[in-house]
Design a protein around this ligand. Structure first.
Ligand code: AMP
Ligand code: MN
Ligand code: MN
Ligand code: MN
Length: 272
């Protein structure tokens, strides 16, 4: 059985509409899929959940911060109708909009005109994120790739990296738990923390009620999988895995195509 518990659609920063994502996942051999758009559940409004194409696990990827690091927390197997998850998306959508205005102002000071309007035009409505700003920067010729736009303007520590608007980590985890979901720390290796700091982040995450971590996130080295599995076991967390698929092509892993979870961890789906 292939569980892919992390993926995006056009309702956040993915390239495929929900139905196309599901068809592609099926094609790639995925048996169980979680759509986990950034801070929104809008994809689920476009679907019947009991699709017979594939088993869907309702999910979301919420943005927050730990100390000065921007981090992402997956809410898996959440109750889509719960007040808690509605409160979460409402708060985060407002936070995103405020943040986008602030990113626009900051970019203006760095010579990028009309960034907010440009990004907003490129977005689907509910989600307006840094990838839209990056696309605008490319469109006006100030960078020639997403990567370059993030490196120059939007990545960690750059002008457009505005974190302070999100709900804090304990609140994010509480919303997920109140929605009967499991809170999973997304892609722990992406934060580029030292081993000691990552352990501290996990301790803070657990103290706030976090229950799982992604042991496998997209393409990673076998040694990284072993390290993450060991950490997961040590911290008594549930283990998750997913592609974090955004679009077909080289920059993101393909749906369902990542290493299997090692035997020494407890898969998160044991608790679904
Ligand atoms: P946001 O949700 O607005 O904070 O935007 C974060 C999203 O931007 C991530 O989920 C990625 O999809 C994308 N992203 C982050 N860093 C990079 C990068 N260096 N190159 C391309 N895309 C990136
Ligand atoms: Mn993304
Ligand atoms: Mn993420
Ligand atoms: Mn993601």
């Amino acid at each position: 059985m292939i569980f892919d518990l992390h993926s995006h659609t056009t309702l956040s920063d993915g390239a495929l509409v929900p139905a196309a994502l599901i068809s592609r996942a099926k094609e790639k051999g995925v048996d169980v899929l979680a759509i986990t758009d950034h801070d929104t559940l809008d994809a689920y409004k476009q679907l019947p959940l009991d699709t017979d194409e594939i088993k869907l696990v309702p999910g979301i990827e919420l943005s927050t911060q730990w100390q000065t690091t921007g981090i992402h927390v997956l809410g898996l197997n959440i109750d889509l109708d719960s007040d808690a998850i509605k409160a979460a998306t409402q708060f985060q959508t407002g936070a995103r909009l405020e943040r986008a205005c602030q990113i626009g102002e900051k970019l203006k000071k760095h010579g990028i005109e009309d960034a907010f309007t440009g990004a907003q035009k490129l977005s689907s409505g509910g989600y307006i994120g840094r990838p839209h700003f990056a696309q605008h920067i490319i469109n006006i010729g100030k960078a020639n790739s997403m990567r370059a736009a993030f490196r120059k303007y939007l990545g960690a520590g750059k002008a457009g990296d505005v974190k302070k608007h999100w709900a804090d980590l304990p609140q994010i985890i509480q919303w997920i738990r109140d929605a009967n979901g499991i809170a999973v720390l997304a892609h722990p290796l992406k934060y580029k923390l030292t081993g000691t700091k990552l352990k501290r982040l996990l301790d803070g995450f657990i103290e706030a009620g976090g229950q799982g971590m992604e042991v496998v996130s997209g393409r990673q080295l076998p040694q990284q999988t072993r390290d993450m599995a060991q950490l997961c076991e040590q911290k008594n967390l549930l283990a998750s895995c997913g592609s974090d698929f955004h679009l077909p092509g080289k920059s993101w892993a393909e749906l369902g195509q990542f290493a299997a979870l090692p035997d020494n961890v407890v898969p998160v789906w044991d608790c679904f």
